[in-house]
Design a protein around this ligand. Structure first.
Ligand SMILES: Nc1ncnc2c1ncn2[C@@H]1O[C@H](COP(=O)(O)OP(=O)(O)O)[C@@H](O)[C@H]1O
Ligand SMILES: [Mg+2]
Length: 259
């Protein structure tokens, strides 16, 4: 499935557009002497069960860990263990059965849905395994869309969307539709889309799970680069060993708990 003839342009070695940097100096926010990272997200005794009538399917059974500011954290574990469930809860797409998720010490699930949605749109970017691009819109429109909802300044939004597509190596694909892009290119559009609202946190659920090796490498390189330069925090669910070896920290789920 390579709509553009299978060509994968090399990623450009340019800087992350400054407007997308959380830490403009590009430094990971960490004390080099004390090596004491600052917690951005704390997950406290998190439980999640699904229900089929009366029958409870417990999935997350007391998860505790923290995600540090500006780190790249991988969540690994067997298929069906609850990785996507956990990521959806961290991303406020779903609520836990019990337990808390604190962002900057704010207990977010005490908030109403509208407040939660506002928080999500502003602070969190998602990259899913299947890109979920809208087929009837161009790459540029797909990236711009989330920001157009929030701001009436269309021109600035399109300029930012174009800058991001340039950053992910797709400056010559702005008016391509998803069907005209290769799998790796679509995933890079999805990454650009995740960044348009300048989220503090980027959550990625098996972002290379559906890609060939070469496209996976391009996507991974992009994620490292972003994490190193933008200061954004990344939580990535992955089966990709190469990825899991290069992250700051790994959280492994086994039987509903952190191993
Ligand atoms: N919406 C849902 N309703 C019922 N069961 C679900 C739902 N989503 C996931 N599950 C179940 O929860 C378990 C964990 O799923 P998931 O979080 O997708 O695992 P992973 O991402 O680690 O493969 C699986 O057994 C799955 O069948
Ligand atoms: Mg999953």
């Amino acid at each position: 499935m390579t709509g553009s003839g299978g060509l994968e342009p090399n990623l450009p070695k340019i800087d992350v557009p400054a407007q997308f940097c959380v830490n403009p100096d590009g430094e990971k926010k960490r004390n080099p002497v004390l090596n004491t990272p600052e917690a951005l997200i704390r997950i406290v005794d998190l439980h999640k069960s699904y229900y089929d009538g009366e029958t409870e399917l417990p999935v997350l059974q007391g998860i505790d860990f923290q995600v540090n500011m500006s780190e790249l954290l991988a969540v690994v574990g067997a298929s069906g263990v609850g990785k996507s469930t956990l990521l959806h809860i961290i991303g406020t797409l779903d609520r836990p059965t019990a337990g808390r998720v604190l962002y900057d010490e704010q207990d977010i699930f005490t908030w109403q849905d509208t407040e939660l949605a506002r928080f999500r749109n502003k602070e969190i970017g998602f990259v899913f395994q299947f890109h979920h691009l809208l087929p009837e819109f161009t790459a540029l429109e797909n990236v711009a869309m989330a920001a157009l909802i929030a701001t009436p300044n269309n021109k600035a939004v399109y300029e930012e969307a174009a800058a991001l597509l340039d950053y992910v190596g797709l400056s010559e694909r702005l008016s391509h539709y998803p069907s005209q892009l290769s799998g790796g290119e679509r995933q890079r559009v999805a990454i650009a889309r995740a960044l348009i609202n300048k989220p503090k946190v980027v959550l990625a659920d098996e972002p290379t799970g559906n890609l060939d090796r070469r496209s996976s490498e391009a996507v991974l390189e992009l994620l490292w680069d972003l994490n190193a330069k933008s200061g954004q925090t990344f939580v990535i669910v992955t089966h990709n060993r190469e990825l899991a070896q290069q992250v700051d920290r790994i959280v492994e789920l086994v039987d509903g708990k952190v191993a």
